[in-house]
Design a protein around this ligand. Sequence first.
Ligand code: HEM
Length: 584
Amino acid sequence: METLGLLPASSSVLQSFNASVLSHFPQFNFSQFSNLNLHLNQSNIYFPNQGELYQQLIPIKAVVTDFLDSLSYSQFAAIWFALGWVLLSLARKNHPKVPNAPYHGYRWWFEPTFLLQARYIISARKIITSGYQKYKDTPFVIRRWDTDMTILPNKYQNELRLYPTTKLSGVKAQVQNLVHRWTYTTLMVESNLHFRVLQNKLTAELPKFLDIAKTELEYGWPMDVPQPDDWLEVDIQQTMRMLVARMSAKIFLGHPACRNAEWLNLSIDFSITLFACAFLLRMFPPWMHPIVGPLMPVRWKVASNLKKAQKIIGPLMEKHRDAVKRRSEGENVEEDDTLLNWMMDNGNEKENGLFEMATRQSILTLASIHTTSMGVANLLFDLCAHPEWFPVLKEEIEEVERDLGKLGEREGVGAKEWLPRLEKLDSFFVESQRFNPPILLAPQRLAIVPITLKDGTHIPAGTRIACANADILHSTFPDPLTFDPMRSYRKRYATGELNRHQAGQPEKDNLHFGYGKQACPGRHFAVGEIKMVMVKVLNEFEFKYPEGKSRPSNFFADENVFPDPRAKLMMRKRRTKCESCGRC
Ligand code: HEM
């Protein structure tokens, strides 16, 4: 990360600055304060007939100009961020919070708040977990760089989930995280078309769309997935991102757009760029966004991605409009049943504007691709760390194949019949997600109006609230630190609640997909995709860690979690007796 270079950069920045100051103010001998070996230009500037103040300003200007000229790109970036930090510290204010909820995370009573906020960037896990362990049943407040968040115990979940978005809004909290108009995400708040299409079309016709996505998985398989006969080191995260991007593109945009390499790359890249842009902007106080936003290259990239998206989405919209018109004239026009078409048919004039539709499609890639592909990658990382489960999951697949034929092969037998049968794989995913949630704070909400809960807990308007989803799942299970992949499988049968405790079924204790009416509207599709990919992967390949490697650790950026991007796996085509487990 660039910030890792801050320290070395700052000492040479200091050198440049000292040299520059000394060249214009020779009377100050800075070298006596440092042992830096500086080569100084001792020119003395004197302007006759100028006021004394002006005489003093001219050399200052010269110092600044010389100084800026002498900086390398990384030194300039380091100063830029240091400046942001200082300004933010000056502009810092306390954000609304639940009254009496203590601020948590200070190491000493005199630790400056900006240090705690800076530590949160990479130590969110430690801060949230220690707060949860300390306060468990009462609210506490964590301090993120841009906002404070009151962490509520999950005993309030069933009450909170009943509040409508007009009072407690998940999307407004997300858009605040994404720094709204500075990343072009405000439209998510202005209209919920992206939510409606997932709930009313995708989830309502889930088996159909999973079967459609499966066809694209088959198409991309030989291209995206290496087919090595012998062990080969692979970047499994990138492979999975591409496969998931293809499946998403197929259901959103249909054929042939789903095979447009530019769109596929864009849909993967957009999330990273937009996330980086929002993350950097959050370092600055809101009043500075109009100044720094337009100067940020990463934001230019977001804008250029959106322009490219318009070029791809525009003709698709035209095509659908044309099809609708011709159909209304009695012509029989064939079209893919896509989510884009549904959005156009159900959107109003503004939602159907090109910029708005292209941006919304891009935001949907942000919500769907990395989250889902990380789920598959984590599953594989966990399987390689516990290879004794390979044969169990393979046997389950083979059993379903014996009854229903291979997935997608038998007429009339598709995702609907197949995927619910993969109960052990489902349970393995739930446990893998328990250890590797994509986010540490879910659900997150913004209080639009003041709210008083039944026990008198008051949430003032403007308060950001969240739940410590990762920690809840590490405290509500017996033996929580043990990776026990059949937990939810056993729980379902022990309680007889066969429809509960499954992947993608939010519970008061399992909040990784959010909770209530505002829970992730793409979760059932995501779980289906993950299972479909895993069936193919387990049927065809064996995996293990490269020599000397083990399960990669997770990285944190604020409360966001992602696997070490450098982590690799070894894979080869499946043999009768595989090395992963020694049995199958
Ligand atoms: C493993 C994969 C995924 C995880 C872990 C995940 C997780 C989440 C979470 C935690 C939320 C916030 C929910 C809340 O506040 O209660 C969310 C929202 C959302 N998710 Fe997912 N998600 C996943 C996959 C997907 C997929 C595949 C799609 C689309 C097909 C999708 C679309 C969305 C959208 C549009 C929202 C925002 C809804 C709004 O406007 O409030 N997600 N997701």
